[in-house]
Design a protein around this ligand. Structure first.
Ligand SMILES: NC(=O)c1ccc[n+]([C@@H]2O[C@H](COP(=O)([O-])OP(=O)(O)OC[C@H]3O[C@@H](n4cnc5c(N)ncnc54)[C@H](OP(=O)(O)O)[C@@H]3O)[C@@H](O)[C@H]2O)c1
Length: 282
């Protein structure tokens, strides 16, 4: 069975390829990438595939049985891009598409949800077998900037006491591999999130514990947080988006208490303390 992965040179895609190689022969794995020069270290077959160039998708999907469509990072362009992939997969005779969507996509207040809902609808309308992985927030979205918080002496955000059921990219990658290689996942939609939800004050307390320094959490109004993010070099629209997502998180948008992710991967999701320790080591 040939399994192909889009976005295979992205952060999640690389982890999926690495883990998949432990479950399936490398000869059965195809990495679909925008730039093959960036994929030579993956150790599997590499094919060029650009979501915006349908002819590349037609060629790249030939002979593929199961496709992992990792959602694009080009926000605003994604419905059209994902629809191109689904249509090419249908023409190429792909049997099943596994798609990385967003936690609670159909009810989520996050402004990201619309493109995922539209992609899920296109997938269902395609007539292909599908599995939808509604991934929650990556823990790395927060632990990735801990160095800056430690240097500044405080963690800032706008999520208040909102509980965030995040999991690491490694956890989500393992779930994707389980669903790609396992049986019985056709037509299923999984809400995937970490086992133990946490708040930003709890994250700050964990950072303080591990560094031995007092790193408090300061909750900021949305506009102030966006301005602070812009002040450390983020583009204005990305800073605004992150601050808005944090406010959504304060209302519970990133919370989930099902344990589908740990059930799929057969182990507990990575604890926050472990992710913090890994981030502080970098
Ligand atoms: N759950 C979360 O917290 C969270 C956070 C951020 C993003 N996401 C979503 O999850 C996806 C995977 O996360 P990630 O961390 O792996 O993101 P990432 O590192 O930014 O990877 C995104 C991948 O999409 C590929 N891509 C973008 N436009 C493309 C196009 N036109 N044609 C083909 N490939 C294209 C990129 O290709 P290149 O390698 O060539 O750049 C890259 O491999 C993201 O794209 C985004 O939709 C989720």
């Amino acid at each position: 069975m040939t399994i192909a992965i889009t976005g295979a040179t992205g952060q999640l895609g690389r982890l999926v390829v690495q883990q998949l190689k432990q479950q399936a022969p490398a000869a059965d794995i195809v990495a679909l990438v925008r730039n093959p020069d960036n994929a030579q270290d993956l150790g599997v077959t590499v094919r060029a595939a650009d979501y915006t160039q349908p002819p590349t998708l037609d060629a790249a999907l030939a002979g593929v049985d199961t496709l992992l469509l990792i959602s694009s990072n080009e926000i605003g362009q994604r419905t059209a891009q994902h629809t191109n992939v689904i249509e090419a997969a249908r023409k190429a005779g792909v049997v099943r598409i596994v798609y990385t969507s967003l936690l609670h996509a159909d009810t989520s207040p996050l402004n990201l949800a619309g493109e995922h809902v539209a992609t899920e609808a296109a997938l269902k309308a395609s007539g292909l077998a599908y599995t939808i992985l509604r991934n929650g927030w990556y823990t790395e979205n927060y632990t990735g900037s801990l160095g800056g918080a430690v240097a500044a002496g405080a963690l800032i955000g706008s999520a208040g006491d909102g509980r965030i059921a995040s999991a690491t990219r490694e956890d989500f990658a393992q779930a994707a591999v389980a669903v790609l290689t396992g049986t019985g996942h056709e037509g299923r939609t999984y809400e995937l999130a970490g086992d133990v939800a946490w708040t930003l004050p709890e994250l700050a307390a964990e950072v303080s514990r591990q560094t031995g320094r007092d790193i408090p959490y300061r909750n900021l109004p949305q506009a102030d947080y966006a301005a602070a993010l812009k002040g450390v070099g983020l583009p204005d629209d990305f800073a605004q988006a992150i601050a808005a997502w944090d406010v959504d998180a304060s209302h519970g948008a990133l919370f989930h208490e099902g344990r589908e992710l740990s059930q799929l991967i057969g182990r507990p999701t990575t604890p926050l303390a472990t992710a913090v320790a890994a981030a502080l080591k970098q």
